[in-house]
Design a binder for this molecule. Structure first.
Ligand code: G1P
Length: 294
């Protein structure tokens, strides 16, 4: 069985849902408490034992690459000012991982973005993480998926149950429960099904562990939902070809690509922060009490 060594993170999207905040900065660089969203994703990758990150980028996204790079000038200034703790923290960020970038030259969809990684990934299974989905869990979500992969040696999509009236927003998986904990054998998947066209509430969240055969499937995938080349459509053909599992991960997922989801992530992460947690709780309590009593 091949080891999982690489993670692909598509970051080419425009971030229109966060305009005007994202007019001049990538949405992946929006801050959650004290670090950009993308750093949480990369930290999950690192904590799962992955060695290399492949970013699929587009024009205007160089801030993300710079964030994970060493900044000599900044380091020199911090050294002069004896800001050692901060220097150490920044050094940790830049040493987190090896980052390779591939440009997606045209916005043809998520499937096309992943296909762009084919030469860098090569003939080995790999992870895909979507930057909008933040998962907080004891065992990193990707680690949970790698542990399952070591038992099934097949592709896996992470899923969660969603209310039936929200299924049209997701890739939806239909399948049968297996003898393995929280694991389903996938029978069919559909990208953003029209209401009433699927009975399943199992939604794909942005974590995938994929066999390299997905690239051949992506190469043959025609534009689907929204006129874009959809990863879900390629995964449906991979399901038919060699099998696929869906895994109900343990943890809490935030849709950080949505304003309310983003705010929830900020609040929850800040509440667990060693110094900000307590004063924030006090503040929230006072705000809520005022609301109730006018
Ligand atoms: C993408 C995928 C979809 C998945 C979702 C999870 O959609 O295409 O299958 O359920 O991410 O966040 P998007 O939200 O980018 O439109």
């Amino acid at each position: 069985m091949k080891k999982i060594r690489k993670a692909v993170i598509p970051v080419a999207g425009l971030g229109t849902r966060f305009l005007p905040a994202t007019k001049a900065i990538p949405k992946e660089m929006l801050t959650i408490v004290d670090r950009p969203t993308i750093q949480y994703i990369v930290e999950e990758v690192v904590a799962s034992g992955i060695e290399e990150v492949i970013l699929i980028t587009s024009e205007g996204k160089s801030a993300i690459e710079n964030h994970f790079d060493y900044n000599y000038e900044l380091d020199t200034i911090l050294k002069e000012k004896k800001k050692d703790a901060l220097r150490k923290e920044l050094a940790q960020t830049s040493s987190l991982i090896d980052v390779v970038s591939v440009r997606q030259k045209e916005p043809l969809g998520l499937g096309h973005a992943i296909w762009m990684a084919r030469k860098v990934v090569g003939e080995e299974p790999f992870l895909v993480l979507l930057g909008d989905d933040l998962v907080r869990s004891q065992t990193p979500c990707c680690r949970q998926m790698i542990d399952l992969y070591e038992q099934v040696n097949e592709s896996i999509v992470a899923i969660q149950h969603v209310p039936m009236d929200q299924t049209y927003q997701y890739g939806i998986v239909e399948g049968e429960k297996t003898h393995l904990d929280r694991t389903y054998k996938v029978e069919r998947m559909v990208e953003k099904p029209a209401p009433g066209t699927s009975n399943s509430d199992m939604a794909i969240i942005g974590r995938y562990l994929l066999m390299p055969e997905v690239f051949a499937a992506l190469g043959k995938t025609n534009p689907g939902h929204g006129g874009e080349i959809q990863l879900t459509d390629a995964l449906q053909s991979l399901t038919a070809q060699r099998g696929m599992y869906a895994y109900e991960f343990e943890g809490k997922r935030y849709d950080a690509g949505d304003k309310l989801g983003y705010l929830k992530a900020i609040i929850d992460i800040a509440m667990d922060h060693p110094t900000l947690g307590e004063p924030l709780r006090d503040h929230i309590t006072s705000v809520c009490t005022c609301d109730k009593h006018g």
